[in-house]
Design a binder for this molecule. Sequence first.
Ligand SMILES: [Zn+2]
Length: 384
Amino acid sequence: MENLHYTRRTPNESLCLELIMNNRNLSRADLATMTGLTKATVSVIVKKLIEDYLVLETGIGSSSNAGGRKPIILKYNGKAGLSISIDVGYNYINALLTYLDGEEVSIFQKKPITLDEETIKKYFAEIFTSFNEILPKTNYGVIGVVLAIHGPVYNGDIIFTPHHNLEQISFRQIAEELSDYPVYLENEANLSALGEYTFTSDSSSLISINMHSGIGAGIVQNGELQVGSHGFAGEIGHQIVVMNGEKCPCGNHGCLEMYAANKVCFEKFAQIKSMDYVNSVILREYYQNNDPDAVQVVKENCQYLSIGINNLIAHYDPEVIVLNSSLYREIPDMIQQLKGSLKNRFSNKVIVRNSSLNDKATLLGGLVLNLQHFLDVERVKLIG
Ligand SMILES: [Zn+2]
């Protein structure tokens, strides 16, 4: 489908729009100072952005110390359109409809699901129908749909999924047949990193680690998502931490996610206790009661993950590492244990914390990707 919404902006337009989005209380004069453009050029650009409904003139700022007229303040119009994100997990589907500033309009959650073509068709149809029924009136309507995939994605295509054969489900085609919107695919951990970067952090370098059945990371450096040459950047679950270790579906042995994924932790504990099912809440209850098996399983998880994180820090030296794991969320103690295991000299400057967005990190990252395509901007900060 031809993407009718796509806007190619001039670099100066993109730059001005980005600055208006990322800073409160900017005037035309501030923009001229920050960009080095002439006031006349800035005025032309701002006029275009206002005509495109993306920038609003709000209140009056304080006059400069040189006196003169009080400047008009420019503001990003986050209500000019809407964005849809769909997170397709291995046993759940979450979808979010938001305005372009991240304000939630509607949310869709389904769990458990079986991950196959028919199920995806059924729930995608439900998502689009329910969202379209309540779509608020905006200048642009829905600017795009972002599908979060739990496996590597490169140039918008799924390339390899070790635990589930996602590449055999035509996610994009299904979404395109059910909607008139542009559809983009991206790896869920990459999207989480974009969500954290834009909505929770003022850092320019951040790594977001998502732990479910596998472990993936999204890496943002100097405001840019690092996807690598083949889409495998951030596949930290497949770094080898044990020589000749457990066989991983990726083909290697001893991959981190064979030792530190939430699923592995739950299965190990279930096996020790002869239980059918374990999740983060159940494990937390045992841990809080000082059950020695729970304490041991948790400790091992932290130790293995700390090896992975130590490697990440050595490679990328980020300002912040954000963890998105139900396990670390339920047992915040694990963050402290993890930090305790990160003992080398360069890792003590890195902030390691739990996500405050939780499941919404990926979905809000979808909004950021939509904004990057629609507005032709790269680095967006929409905190608070
Ligand atoms: Zn592997």
